[in-house]
Ligand binder design. Structure first.
Ligand code: ADP
Ligand code: MG
Length: 494
């Protein structure tokens, strides 16, 4: 072989070697990246773990906090608010009543004609409107004026089917789903905002007074006859149709629960003991927190950057406002550290709250063989195109981890209430059912979440007990419930 030929062969060989090295390096980089992605996923999954033993600790912690919150004002992260509802609907309520439900992204107005004993709900009409985001962080007057103006429009559409007795003003049950310290069934001061609302000048004010003055400004002639939390409304609405309803849980934008407590078991209640011996307690359980909760760095960051850092930790793990955002945060970390979506982090992925829980739910439920829904959502929402099946599977897995953790923790919370009320054990010969009125968009529409919640509750209870405990969807029970409570607390009752 001549010198030139040798040189050429060497150069050729070197080129081949370089190309192979490049290829191997590239593959290595890819495989180390994908193993980095797998490691992030695995670590997150482990930190989100909710074995039965942990859930039972969470339930016990919930029970302990319930006792503490009932013992004294400010005794616990759980406010355990006294609702002043000591009589749930009986079925005898009669007449036309309005309800207004404010507590999330939408608000609803409703009118019902109640038929009295055995009459049930004879007729009802409602309207649903979204709250312009600017009003969620504006002034108290702007928010309440907007609501009162919409209420005025709704009242103007009342047809002849609804019969208001002569000489009476219309009456309203006001469902206001934020923490309120009530002074009576028709008054209460706002303690703080949750769920993305932040209107400083409303805190500490009486929300019924705020609504009433706005109604006056907008020319709505109406009495506010009951101020209720949505969980209390759902409990009342649930009881109207099923006498075994003893608690209500809402999983929507936020989360909360209410239940019937023995009035003697409320040390902080210094008022007269109600005849019924019962009082509905609005737990404000969204603010529950415990060292047993499986919090990850993503949850801590979400909390730190939220409008209410340090508050509503249980809500931030379990409710609709936050689940999609947790998924986004983990995806963002994967994009940064493992180039999950290519060499640069897709800019949209850095936008907080861009991935909403309904979209997460749609991806989670994608049953197509190539996960087409996941691909489309990633493209439409995050502008990430050409994702591989492997990447889409990672996304689904992530949704599953986040939804399961939330649903299982919610079930543990319910177990905590069952324990507090002695309904977690079976007494021989007792065939009493315990019905939980459930509502909220997350519970209603996120099937995997709902199923996991209900299965976990069964898993946590003995079989015999589980047979007697039923979750029942109370579709917008809170609106009807508020109207029912307005009826039982009517201005025109002696
Ligand atoms: P709110 O809690 O605001 O009073 P809803 O009870 O209707 O109102 O709950 C709305 C919330 O439910 C949304 O913010 C969203 O988080 C969740 N949600 C609605 N639809 C879906 C869905 N298809 N999948 C998952 N979550 C959903
Ligand atoms: Mg609601």
């Amino acid at each position: 072989m001549g010198k030139v030929a040798v040189t050429a062969a060497v150069i050729g060989g070197a080129a081949v070697c370089a190309a192979v090295a490049l290829l191997v390096r590239h593959q290595l980089r890819n495989s180390s990246q994908s193993s980095r992605a797998a490691a992030i996923l695995k670590e997150f999954q482990e930190k989100c773990g909710t074995p039965e033993s942990k859930l039972k600790q969470v339930a016990d912690a919930m029970t302990v906090e319930m006792h503490a919150g009932l013992a004294s004002e400010g005794g616990s992260k759980l406010k355990m608010l006294i609702s002043y509802v000591d009589n749930l609907p009986t079925g005898a309520e009669e007449g036309v009543y309005y309800a207004l439900d404010l507590g999330g992204t939408n608000f609803r107005v409703l009118r019902v004609q109640l038929g009295g004993t055995n009459g049930g709900v004879v007729d009802q009409e409602f309207a649903e409107l979204s709250i312009p985001p600017s009003l969620m962080v504006g002034t108290s007057q702007e928010l309440f004026d907007y609501i009162a103006a919409e209420l005025a429009k709704f009242v103007a559409q009342e047809g002849d089917r609804f019969q208001l007795p002569d000489g009476r003003k219309r009456e309203l049950g006001f469902t206001f789903s934020f923490p309120v310290m009530q002074n009576s069934i028709v008054s209460g001061t706002l303690m703080r905002w949750t769920k993305g609302f932040s209107i400083d000048d409303a805190v500490g004010k009486d929300v019924v007074a705020e609504l009433s003055s706005a109604m006056e400004r907008q020319g709505v002639e109406m009495h506010v006859s009951a101020l209720v939390n949505d969980t209390v409304g759902t409990l009342a609405g649930g009881r109207y149709t099923n006498k075994d309803v003893v608690m209500a849980v809402i999983m929507g934008t936020g989360t909360n629960a209410a239940y019937v407590e023995r009035s003697q078991a409320i040390p902080k209640w210094h008022g007269p003991q109600p005849e019924s011996g019962e009082m509905v307690i609005n737990m404000e359980w969204g603010n529950f927190r415990s060292s047993h909760l499986p919090l990850t760095e993503y949850d801590n960051e979400l909390d730190a950057e939220s409008l209410n850092p340090g508050e509503q930790i249980f809500e931030k793990l379990t409710s609709g406002m936050y689940l999609g955002e947790i998924v986004r945060r983990v995806l963002c970390r994967m994009a940064e550290e493992s180039a999950l979506f290519g060499d640069t982090v897709p800019p949209k992925l850095r936008t907080p709250f861009i991935l909403r829980t309904p979209d997460m739910s749609a991806m989670h439920h994608d049953t197509s063989y190539d996960l087409k829904v996941v691909g489309n959502k990633l493209k439409d929402i995050l502008e990430i195109s050409n994702t591989t099946l492997k990447v889409r599977k990672v996304v689904v897995e992530l949704c599953d981890i986040v939804a399961r953790r939330g649903a299982r923790l919610a079930a543990a919370g319910i177990l905590g209430i069952l324990k507090k009320t002695g309904r977690d054990s079976f007494k021989d010969g007792d065939s009493q059912k315990t019905v939980i009125a459930m509502d909220g968009g997350l519970y209603e529409h996120y099937t995997a979440y709902r199923e996991c919640l209900e299965a976990t509750l069964k898993e946590l209870l003995d079989d015999e007990v589980a047979e007697h405990i039923v979750c029942e969807h109370s579709n917008d029970g809170s609106g009807i419930g508020a109207a029912l409570l307005a009826a039982s607390h009517s201005w025109y009752l002696s």
